[in-house]
Design a protein around this ligand. Structure first.
Ligand code: NCN
Ligand code: DMD
Length: 336
């Protein structure tokens, strides 16, 4: 059943009571893993991924029959300030490309057996310029957050989330800058590839937004400095927790969107793994604040859930090892 949110207050009540790990499934994972024919710990993070799937799916063995990706698209008022290398109409054009199967995310989802859905969030109504006022009012924020919640199928075994939105790396820089402090320049990068003068302008926009809206609680920071697709990603992460679906986060924009959940409710992102380290420099700093380590670093900075969709291959490999390997006893290997 889908949870319905009508206010930020109600949302905070839901976040304060999020379900935790399934202890029984973790115990079953922990009983099997040391019996497998390998030196203990030798599969590194692949071993952790099996534990993570068990804990948050609430079953052992975990399964990956239905893996889904959800890409949320939104437009941003700050795009008018010259903060991106690309014009805002690229957002709707790329959504069409996703629907026609022509984007990187389509190929990555096909390669690793992931069902893709794209959710457009009022692309003809950009959020307000956050240097002038809040990006969204409470009703707009809740509507976008709810759209993210509703996009998570209860029968999914794993969820990849990502976004498309010209100028959203400006929002992504402003959110952790407001949450954790530091100069705007520490959090601001080139996004789609803006030039040096553009980067200076973008950094000033981030600083102006944080000066105006900083000092608030996490969800208010997300509402004032974020965008609809960022709010929707936060909603998807909360719904996934309630529906027992582990989540693969994508790059900088995705991680920045969900950081406010953790800032207000420590542990709110425990069911999430960051797929990759984005080339956007603020991402590493942000992951350090969240206590998260990416699965890999391939110098990607595309967004659109591409890193998360690529990580599905790693997670499938982890599950195959945990469920398919022989035990020491079965294989007659000494020393187990
Ligand atoms: O999430 C990331 O790590 C990331 C890094 C650089 C660019 N992006 C993507 O690029 C777009 C935003 O870049 P920009 O320069 O328009 O702010 C948006 O559609 C994102 O999906 C995403
Ligand atoms: C072409 C293009 C594709 C993207 N995919 C995600 N963000 C993007 C930004 C641009 C500019």
């Amino acid at each position: 059943m889908n949870t319905s949110i009508s206010s930020v207050l109600q949302l905070r009540e839901i976040l304060a009571a999020l379900p935790g790990e399934d202890g029984g499934a973790v115990a079953a994972w922990a009983a099997r893993e040391p019996q497998l024919t390998k030196p203990p710990g030798s599969l590194g993070r692949l071993e952790d991924l099996g534990r993570w799937l068990s804990a948050w799916q609430g079953q052992h063995p975990p399964r990956l029959n239905k893996v889904v990706a959800r890409v949320f698209a939104g437009n941003h008022g700050v795009a008018a300030l010259g903060v991106s290398a690309f014009p805002p109409e690229v957002t709707v054009q790329m959504v069409a490309n996703f629907r026609h199967g022509g984007a990187a995310i389509n190929q990555l989802c096909t390669t690793f057996g992931t069902e893709l859905e794209v959710i457009e969030l009022e692309l003809d109504r950009p959020t307000a310029d956050f240097t002038q006022g809040p990006a969204m009012n409470e009703a707009e924020f809740i509507q976008a957050f709810q759209a993210g919640m509703d996009a998570v199928p209860a029968d999914a075994d794993l969820l990849c989330i990502g976004e498309m939105g010209i100028a959203n790396t400006t929002a992504a820089a402003a959110i952790p800058c407001a949450l954790y402090g530091g100069e705007a320049g520490l959090w601001t990068g080139r996004g789609t590839g803006i030039d040096g003068a553009g980067l200076d302008r973008k950094t000033q926009v981030v600083a102006a937004g944080v000066a105006r809206h900083g000092g608030q609680q996490g969800l208010d920071i997300l509402r004032c400095l974020g965008g609809r697709e960022l709010a929707a990603m936060a909603g998807a992460v909360v719904a996934a927790r309630l529906k027992r679906v582990p989540v693969l986060l994508d790059g900088y924009v995705c991680t920045a969107a969900v950081a406010p959940l953790q800032a207000e409710f420590p542990g709110a992102l425990d069911h999430c793994v960051v797929a990759h380290a984005s080339a956007e420099p603020g991402h590493r700093r942000l992951m350090a604040e969240l206590g998260k380590q990416p699965l890999f670093d391939l110098g990607m900075r595309l967004g659109e859930a591409s890193g998360a969709a690529l990580a599905v291959g790693v997670v499938r490999a982890a599950l195959a090892c945990h469920t398919g390997m022989a035990t020491f006893a079965e294989a007659g290997v000494s020393g187990g």
